[in-house]
Ligand binder design. Structure first.
Ligand code: 5RP
Length: 226
């Protein structure tokens, strides 16, 4: 396991320590969240935890959870006790950019419904301002996507349609993602409002004021950001 993977796992284990038997837990998506799901499976198998129900934020996490023995229920309107997920950027106020893994819509739906949303990450995800390192993933409908991208560009957003190969990336919801380059100066809440009001935009990767805390692992230990 590389040093960075070891850090991701360390952060994940700290968050899973908050899980108690009987909780409904939001299961994040990505390479860091994977360690949390595996740890939940391990604790269920060893009897350290019982009666956990997971609600997955992606098809991939749903299938991993089942594989490691975490019972999964479909998303419904009941609150979750705790959600644990990674992030692409974390600013000093615990605002996040998420969605490089493509699961932003289900993540936001799930995490907004959690009594506690805890972020797990390695130290490379800490930034002084959002957009410093990562693009802002914007989920857009497939129908009319070129027109939607034109509307986004007209608002001064650079970036590109996510297209890892010959075809665009398709989310679990059947949509595309535009990875927007953020301008140097912007107000996140205002930009979020503006993007959500843009025809063809389904959701953005801004997770503002949602996280309760973050466990951020660095070579000198795990730091808790609250
Ligand atoms: C998926 C996400 C992930 O949480 C985010 O991309 C972080 O992933 P990783 O832990 O692999 O760096 O938002 O949509």
């Amino acid at each position: 396991m590389s040093d960075l993977e070891a850090l991701k796992k360390e952060a994940a284990l700290r968050a899973v320590a908050l899980v108690q038997s009987g909780m409904r837990v939001g299961l994040g998506t990505g390479s860091t969240a994977k360690y949390a799901i595996e740890e939940l499976g391990r604790k269920l198998a060893s009897g350290e935890l019982s009666g956990i129900v997971g609600v997955a934020t992606s098809e991939a996490s749903d299938s991993l959870a089942r594989q490691v023995g975490v019972p999964v229920e479909p998303f419904d309107p009941r609150p979750l006790d705790l959600a644990i997920d990674g992030a692409d950027e974390i600013d000093p106020d615990l605002n996040l950019i998420k969605g490089l893994g493509g699961a932003l819509l289900r993540e936001k739906l799930t995490e907004v419904q959690a009594r506690r949303f805890v972020v797990i990450a390695d130290h490379t995800k800490l930034v002084t301002r959002l957009g410093e390192k990562a693009p802002l993933p914007v989920e857009i409908t497939r129908f009319g996507f070129l027109s939607t991208i034109e509307r986004l560009r007209a608002q001064g957003l650079g970036g590109r349609l996510r297209q890892p190969g010959a075809q665009p990336y398709v989310t679990d919801n059947g949509n595309y993602i535009f990875d927007a380059q953020l301008p140097e100066h912007f107000e996140a809440a205002e930009l979020e409002r503006q993007l959500k009001g843009t025809l063809g935009v389904v959701e953005t990767g801004f997770f503002l004021g949602m996280a309760e805390r973050a466990f951020v692992a660095a070579p000198d230990g795990v730091r808790e950001v609250v």
